[in-house]
Every structure is written in C-alpha cells, then in structure tokens.
Design a protein around this ligand. Sequence first.
Ligand SMILES: Cc1cc2nc3c(=O)[nH]c(=O)nc-3n(C[C@H](O)[C@H](O)[C@H](O)COP(=O)(O)OP(=O)(O)OC[C@H]3O[C@@H](n4cnc5c(N)ncnc54)[C@H](O)[C@@H]3O)c2cc1C
Length: 158
Amino acid sequence: MGRDPRELPLAMKSLELWKGINARIGRETGFRTRGTFYICPDEASYKKRQAWLPHARSAGLDCSLLDGEAAKAVLPGATANWRGGLHTPGDGVAEPQMAAPAIAEAARQRGATIMTNCAVRALDTRGGKILGVETERGPISCGAVVVAGGDPGILIGQ
Ligand SMILES: Cc1cc2nc3c(=O)[nH]c(=O)nc-3n(C[C@H](O)[C@H](O)[C@H](O)COP(=O)(O)OP(=O)(O)OC[C@H]3O[C@@H](n4cnc5c(N)ncnc54)[C@H](O)[C@@H]3O)c2cc1C
C-alpha cells in the first residue's frame, strides 16, 4: 500500500485471489490476513501517506491513517513516538518458502510440467502466431506463452 495508485486494482484483485488460495489448491501457502501497517515516524512521511489516501478510498480499499496513540494500539508494546501510520486491516502475507512449492505441486497435480533451471532463449513466432519457445534444453511447441520473467531488464531478447 502507499504505492503507485495505478497498481491498486491489480493489488486488490491479487489479494482477493490469495485469500482463497489455500482452499483452491488444497495446500498451505502460509497466507494469512494479518493487515499491514506502514509506520510514519515523522510529519513528512505522514503527509506522504495522507496524500495517497484518497486513491485508496476511490478504489474502495479499507485503509486509514492513524495518529500517534491509535497507531500504537495497532502494535501493542511499541514504545516509539511515531507521528502515525497507514493501516490496511484486510491486507495479508504469505510464506514464499511454503507458497511456491505448494502452488507448483498443485499445478503438477493438474497436469502441468514444471522445468527448473531451464532458460527460455527465444520465442518461435511465425505469421504473427506463437508456435513455441526455444529453451536451453531444446524447443517446446505451444500455442500460448506467458512472459513472467520478472524484472523487464532481464526479459527474453534483451
Ligand atoms: C528484496 C525484495 C523484497 C520484497 N518484498 C515483498 C513483500 O514483502 N511483499 C510483496 O508482495 N512483494 C515483495 N517483493 C516483490 C515481489 O518479490 C515481486 O513482486 C514478485 O516476486 C514478482 O513475481 P514475478 O513472478 O512477477 O517475478 P519473479 O519472482 O522475479 O520471477 C521471475 C522468474 O522468471 C525467471 N526467468 C527470468 N528470465 C527467464 C527466462 N528467460 N527463462 C526462464 N525463466 C526466466 C527468473 O529466474 C525468476 O525465477 C519484494 C521484492 C524484493 C526484491
């Protein structure tokens, strides 16, 4: 939260999917709705979060900016004197070490083949259609490719 407002609809959709993922795949990903709290130690950081809040409101996100004592109540035992904090009670976290294998196993069970340590080097396209990918272990024919290589700086062909 507190990020580029254009990311909000995607972030909210993602959260909705994560909330149902354990039931959907029948495995434990460690996902829990625990809320998130962005601490604002000073006035400048508080104002920055305050300026972002209308974006959250217009997207329908349950998010509020808490002042000093109210902020401390979210984190019992905290002793620092913050200006406040941005609280999103419906936000959540997963455990990557649990989630990645659980999702991979569920995909395998549904017929997916997962190859690790195998880079895609090129896309095979002809006549405006995708025909497959060229991997470091040879070609794979397919009718669709999802490019999910992370940082755009390391995408295929660059
Ligand atoms: C330090 C740090 C902390 C973060 N903390 C959080 C957090 O607390 N909460 C949160 O929600 N997000 C966090 N993020 C962001 C989150 O990790 C990313 O948004 C997320 O991992 C992106 O997932 P992805 O599947 O798009 O890409 P990635 O996880 O980057 O996966 C891309 C994969 O594609 C592979 N790949 C690349 N090129 C090829 C190729 N040619 N052939 C085959 N494979 C290829 C890569 O090896 C990689 O395994 C953090 C990120 C960082 C760096």
